[in-house]
Ligand binder design. Structure first.
Ligand code: COA
Length: 218
Protein backbone atom coordinates (compact mmCIF):
# COMPACT_ATOMS: atom_id res chain seq x y z
CA UNK A 1 0.00 0.00 0.00
CA UNK A 2 1.40 3.41 -0.87
CA UNK A 3 2.11 5.86 1.92
CA UNK A 4 0.50 9.32 1.94
CA UNK A 5 3.08 11.98 1.07
CA UNK A 6 1.62 14.63 3.39
CA UNK A 7 -0.70 14.92 6.36
CA UNK A 8 -4.38 15.01 5.27
CA UNK A 9 -4.96 18.51 6.68
CA UNK A 10 -1.59 20.05 5.92
CA UNK A 11 -1.55 22.90 3.37
CA UNK A 12 0.39 22.32 0.14
CA UNK A 13 4.10 23.05 0.46
CA UNK A 14 4.94 26.42 -1.07
CA UNK A 15 7.15 26.73 -4.10
CA UNK A 16 10.56 28.01 -3.04
CA UNK A 17 12.40 30.53 -5.19
CA UNK A 18 15.98 31.73 -5.48
CA UNK A 19 17.16 34.75 -7.46
CA UNK A 20 20.29 35.45 -9.46
CA UNK A 21 21.20 39.11 -9.98
CA UNK A 22 24.24 40.68 -11.63
CA UNK A 23 26.60 40.01 -8.73
CA UNK A 24 24.55 38.11 -6.18
CA UNK A 25 22.91 34.77 -5.66
CA UNK A 26 19.89 35.13 -3.34
CA UNK A 27 19.69 31.54 -2.14
CA UNK A 28 17.96 29.65 0.67
CA UNK A 29 19.78 29.47 3.96
CA UNK A 30 20.91 26.12 5.30
CA UNK A 31 22.15 25.15 8.76
CA UNK A 32 25.66 25.10 7.26
CA UNK A 33 25.53 28.93 7.09
CA UNK A 34 25.76 29.27 10.87
CA UNK A 35 29.47 30.07 11.00
CA UNK A 36 29.35 32.79 8.36
CA UNK A 37 26.09 34.27 9.70
CA UNK A 38 27.52 34.34 13.22
CA UNK A 39 30.54 36.18 11.80
CA UNK A 40 28.17 38.95 10.67
CA UNK A 41 26.00 39.07 13.78
CA UNK A 42 29.06 39.36 16.03
CA UNK A 43 30.15 42.60 14.29
CA UNK A 44 29.12 45.67 16.36
CA UNK A 45 29.05 47.90 13.23
CA UNK A 46 26.64 45.57 11.45
CA UNK A 47 24.41 45.17 14.52
CA UNK A 48 24.34 48.82 15.60
CA UNK A 49 20.81 49.37 14.27
CA UNK A 50 19.46 45.83 14.56
CA UNK A 51 17.40 44.61 17.50
CA UNK A 52 18.99 45.74 20.76
CA UNK A 53 21.86 47.38 18.86
CA UNK A 54 24.33 44.81 20.21
CA UNK A 55 26.09 41.84 18.61
CA UNK A 56 24.49 38.48 19.37
CA UNK A 57 26.06 35.16 20.29
CA UNK A 58 26.47 32.12 18.07
CA UNK A 59 23.72 30.37 20.08
CA UNK A 60 21.32 33.27 19.44
CA UNK A 61 22.35 33.31 15.78
CA UNK A 62 21.56 29.58 15.59
CA UNK A 63 18.05 30.35 16.79
CA UNK A 64 17.70 33.13 14.21
CA UNK A 65 18.97 30.85 11.44
CA UNK A 66 16.52 28.08 12.32
CA UNK A 67 13.73 30.63 12.39
CA UNK A 68 14.72 32.01 8.96
CA UNK A 69 14.76 28.51 7.43
CA UNK A 70 11.47 27.52 9.04
CA UNK A 71 9.66 30.75 8.04
CA UNK A 72 10.82 30.56 4.41
CA UNK A 73 9.66 26.98 4.01
CA UNK A 74 6.32 27.73 5.63
CA UNK A 75 5.48 30.94 3.72
CA UNK A 76 7.38 30.46 0.47
CA UNK A 77 9.25 33.70 1.10
CA UNK A 78 11.56 35.12 3.72
CA UNK A 79 15.23 35.99 4.03
CA UNK A 80 17.67 34.75 1.43
CA UNK A 81 21.37 34.32 2.06
CA UNK A 82 23.28 36.75 -0.17
CA UNK A 83 26.20 35.12 -1.90
CA UNK A 84 28.69 37.32 -3.73
CA UNK A 85 29.11 35.33 -6.94
CA UNK A 86 32.55 36.87 -7.45
CA UNK A 87 34.01 35.42 -4.26
CA UNK A 88 31.45 32.72 -3.42
CA UNK A 89 31.19 34.19 0.09
CA UNK A 90 27.95 34.64 1.99
CA UNK A 91 27.86 38.40 2.65
CA UNK A 92 24.53 38.90 4.40
CA UNK A 93 20.82 38.45 3.98
CA UNK A 94 17.94 40.19 2.29
CA UNK A 95 14.29 39.35 1.95
CA UNK A 96 10.72 39.86 3.02
CA UNK A 97 9.27 39.01 6.37
CA UNK A 98 6.23 39.66 8.53
CA UNK A 99 7.33 40.71 11.99
CA UNK A 100 4.16 42.60 12.88
CA UNK A 101 0.76 42.18 11.23
CA UNK A 102 0.09 45.93 11.51
CA UNK A 103 3.22 46.70 9.49
CA UNK A 104 2.65 43.94 6.93
CA UNK A 105 5.36 42.56 4.69
CA UNK A 106 8.71 44.18 5.46
CA UNK A 107 11.94 44.42 3.53
CA UNK A 108 14.88 43.29 5.67
CA UNK A 109 18.55 43.57 4.78
CA UNK A 110 21.94 43.07 6.38
CA UNK A 111 25.36 43.18 4.72
CA UNK A 112 28.89 42.44 5.90
CA UNK A 113 30.75 45.67 6.71
CA UNK A 114 33.30 44.86 3.97
CA UNK A 115 30.51 45.03 1.37
CA UNK A 116 28.93 48.36 2.24
CA UNK A 117 29.06 51.22 -0.27
CA UNK A 118 29.36 48.96 -3.33
CA UNK A 119 25.73 48.82 -4.39
CA UNK A 120 25.12 45.27 -3.12
CA UNK A 121 22.39 46.51 -0.81
CA UNK A 122 20.49 48.19 -3.62
CA UNK A 123 20.97 45.20 -5.92
CA UNK A 124 19.58 42.74 -3.38
CA UNK A 125 16.77 44.98 -2.18
CA UNK A 126 15.60 45.89 -5.68
CA UNK A 127 15.43 42.21 -6.68
CA UNK A 128 13.54 41.47 -3.46
CA UNK A 129 10.95 44.18 -4.13
CA UNK A 130 10.57 42.90 -7.70
CA UNK A 131 9.96 39.37 -6.38
CA UNK A 132 7.43 40.67 -3.87
CA UNK A 133 5.41 42.58 -6.43
CA UNK A 134 5.74 40.32 -9.46
CA UNK A 135 5.72 36.85 -7.90
CA UNK A 136 3.89 37.31 -4.59
CA UNK A 137 1.56 39.96 -6.08
CA UNK A 138 1.89 42.10 -2.96
CA UNK A 139 0.19 45.50 -3.00
CA UNK A 140 2.63 47.18 -0.63
CA UNK A 141 6.01 46.52 1.02
CA UNK A 142 7.20 48.35 4.14
CA UNK A 143 10.58 49.09 5.63
CA UNK A 144 11.43 50.16 9.16
CA UNK A 145 14.72 51.74 10.12
CA UNK A 146 16.07 53.34 13.24
CA UNK A 147 16.31 57.14 12.87
CA UNK A 148 20.12 57.17 13.03
CA UNK A 149 20.62 54.47 10.40
CA UNK A 150 21.55 56.89 7.63
CA UNK A 151 22.86 54.18 5.27
CA UNK A 152 19.61 52.25 5.43
CA UNK A 153 17.56 55.43 5.06
CA UNK A 154 19.61 56.46 2.03
CA UNK A 155 19.04 53.02 0.54
CA UNK A 156 15.25 53.07 1.00
CA UNK A 157 15.22 56.52 -0.61
CA UNK A 158 17.15 55.10 -3.57
CA UNK A 159 14.55 52.33 -3.79
CA UNK A 160 11.86 55.06 -4.03
CA UNK A 161 10.24 53.86 -0.82
CA UNK A 162 8.33 56.80 0.61
CA UNK A 163 8.62 58.16 4.14
CA UNK A 164 5.41 57.47 6.03
CA UNK A 165 6.02 58.58 9.60
CA UNK A 166 8.18 58.40 12.67
CA UNK A 167 7.06 55.83 15.19
CA UNK A 168 7.90 53.41 17.94
CA UNK A 169 8.06 49.70 17.29
CA UNK A 170 9.68 46.68 18.95
CA UNK A 171 10.62 48.93 21.88
CA UNK A 172 12.67 51.44 19.87
CA UNK A 173 12.15 54.65 17.88
CA UNK A 174 11.85 53.93 14.18
CA UNK A 175 11.00 55.46 10.84
CA UNK A 176 8.37 53.87 8.58
CA UNK A 177 8.70 53.70 4.81
CA UNK A 178 6.65 51.90 2.20
CA UNK A 179 6.20 51.45 -1.52
CA UNK A 180 3.05 50.38 -3.37
CA UNK A 181 3.12 48.01 -6.34
CA UNK A 182 2.05 50.70 -8.82
CA UNK A 183 5.03 52.85 -7.78
CA UNK A 184 7.63 50.12 -8.25
CA UNK A 185 9.38 49.88 -11.62
CA UNK A 186 11.81 47.06 -12.22
CA UNK A 187 15.11 48.19 -13.67
CA UNK A 188 16.97 46.48 -16.54
CA UNK A 189 19.48 44.70 -14.32
CA UNK A 190 19.87 40.88 -14.50
CA UNK A 191 17.17 39.02 -12.56
CA UNK A 192 16.68 35.28 -12.97
CA UNK A 193 14.40 33.11 -10.84
CA UNK A 194 14.95 29.48 -9.92
CA UNK A 195 11.90 27.69 -8.51
CA UNK A 196 11.68 24.35 -6.76
CA UNK A 197 9.47 22.60 -4.25
CA UNK A 198 10.16 22.20 -0.54
CA UNK A 199 13.59 20.74 -0.07
CA UNK A 200 13.89 17.10 0.72
CA UNK A 201 16.02 17.63 3.85
CA UNK A 202 13.54 20.02 5.52
CA UNK A 203 12.07 19.03 8.85
CA UNK A 204 8.36 18.49 9.35
CA UNK A 205 8.46 20.56 12.52
CA UNK A 206 5.51 22.95 12.68
CA UNK A 207 6.60 24.68 15.87
CA UNK A 208 6.51 28.48 15.59
CA UNK A 209 9.78 30.29 14.84
CA UNK A 210 11.65 31.46 17.90
CA UNK A 211 11.57 35.24 18.42
CA UNK A 212 15.02 36.69 18.95
CA UNK A 213 16.56 40.11 19.24
CA UNK A 214 17.63 40.00 15.59
CA UNK A 215 13.99 39.68 14.62
CA UNK A 216 12.90 42.51 16.86
CA UNK A 217 13.56 44.96 14.06
CA UNK A 218 15.34 44.95 10.73
C1 COA B 1 21.87 49.19 5.35
C2 COA B 1 22.95 48.64 4.48
C3 COA B 1 22.50 47.35 3.80
C4 COA B 1 23.26 49.69 3.40
O1 COA B 1 24.35 49.27 2.66
P1 COA B 1 25.07 50.23 1.65
O2 COA B 1 26.32 49.57 1.24
O3 COA B 1 25.17 51.60 2.21
O4 COA B 1 24.01 50.30 0.49
P2 COA B 1 24.28 49.98 -1.04
O5 COA B 1 24.84 48.61 -1.15
O6 COA B 1 23.08 50.22 -1.82
O7 COA B 1 25.39 51.01 -1.42
C5 COA B 1 25.04 52.28 -1.76
C6 COA B 1 26.27 52.95 -2.27
O8 COA B 1 26.97 52.13 -3.21
C7 COA B 1 27.16 52.87 -4.44
N1 COA B 1 27.03 51.93 -5.54
C8 COA B 1 25.92 51.62 -6.21
N2 COA B 1 26.18 50.72 -7.16
C9 COA B 1 27.51 50.47 -7.11
C10 COA B 1 28.38 49.63 -7.83
N3 COA B 1 27.92 48.84 -8.81
N4 COA B 1 29.67 49.61 -7.49
C11 COA B 1 30.13 50.39 -6.48
N5 COA B 1 29.33 51.19 -5.77
C12 COA B 1 28.05 51.25 -6.07
C13 COA B 1 26.06 53.88 -4.46
O9 COA B 1 26.47 55.01 -5.20
C14 COA B 1 25.89 54.19 -3.02
O10 COA B 1 26.81 55.16 -2.60
P3 COA B 1 26.28 56.52 -1.98
O11 COA B 1 25.54 56.12 -0.73
O12 COA B 1 27.50 57.29 -1.69
O13 COA B 1 25.40 57.11 -3.04
C15 COA B 1 24.26 48.36 5.26
O14 COA B 1 24.73 49.55 5.81
C16 COA B 1 24.07 47.32 6.37
O15 COA B 1 24.02 46.12 6.13
N6 COA B 1 23.98 47.82 7.63
C17 COA B 1 23.89 46.92 8.79
C18 COA B 1 22.53 46.23 8.90
C19 COA B 1 21.42 47.23 8.85
O16 COA B 1 21.46 48.26 9.52
N7 COA B 1 20.39 46.90 8.06
C20 COA B 1 19.27 47.74 7.84
C21 COA B 1 18.35 47.75 8.99
S1 COA B 1 16.99 48.84 8.70
Amino acid sequence: MSQPTSKPDSPPSPVLTEIQTARLNLRLFTQADLGELAGLTSDPDVMKFIGSGQPISTAETQSVLSSIIHAFEKRGFGRWALVDTGSGKMIGYCGLTILDEAVGVELVLLLARSHWGKGFGFEAAHATLRFGFEELQLHEISALTMPGNTRARHLVDELKMGFLRDGHMYGVDCVYYSIKSQDFHADESPYTLRRFSRRADSSDDDSPPVKTSLQATV
